[in-house]
Design a protein around this ligand. Sequence first.
Ligand SMILES: Cc1cc2nc3c(=O)[nH]c(=O)nc-3n(C[C@H](O)[C@H](O)[C@H](O)COP(=O)(O)O)c2cc1C
Length: 235
Amino acid sequence: MVFYEPGKTSHGLPRDPFKSCVTPRPIGWISTRSKDGIDNLAPYSQFNNLTFDPPYVMFSANWDLNANRKDSTVNAEATGEFCWNVATWDLREAVNQTAEWFDPNVDEFQRAGLEKEPAKLLKVPMVKASPIKFECKYYTTLHLPGNPPMGSADVVIGKVVVVHIDERVLTDGMIDLGKVQPIARCGYHQYTVVRAESIFEMIIPGDPKQLVGLEGNAAKSADLQANGHGVEPTK
Ligand SMILES: Cc1cc2nc3c(=O)[nH]c(=O)nc-3n(C[C@H](O)[C@H](O)[C@H](O)COP(=O)(O)O)c2cc1C
């Protein structure tokens, strides 16, 4: 059994295993616009949704080689906006290209040859070819102190105000992940992809009301409240 205390004792393995432990991680392909109007795009696998009613998402940006905050963090805070674009198998090379360290005045859509799509409510553009996108209003940043240069991280949280789903990835009104083929980060330089044959279903036994939260069904959650469940949110 490998056992180690991060930062205190050695794992003894040829490569750091940490990022291969929590896998696969969805990719937050985050678009932002700087306060000077330069569009920015970068992938973040320390990314996830946090809740569904209303929906919130987060991405966690480590500091860079010079212990500076990443452009995505700086822009989201400066403008109060960011978008999430699903990273797919078809777009994998562009996802990788937009991770390169560029100067803040480089438009990474242009560098990766990606067409922009205007957002409905925000000024930040989205990746036109990405079939699922969220427009997010910046909510807060949680700073996690770490070891320089890259250990510190900014966890940026946004409230999802618009959801875009390309009808081409729907089957019978449901998102068909076999059509989306989202890619996800594993450890080292490894990735995985969701394909139709890797999807399976399980239903929690017991009270079906529990499934409302599992599904993230905001309409059914509202029905539950109308039927006397829960209290008004306090803030
Ligand atoms: C698939 C993938 C996932 C990544 N995930 C993260 C991450 O979670 N946090 C992070 O700080 N950098 C991550 N990176 C590196 C950033 O994308 C990279 O530092 C990028 O240049 C940041 O751009 P920005 O300064 O324009 O925000 C990832 C790179 C790739 C290819």
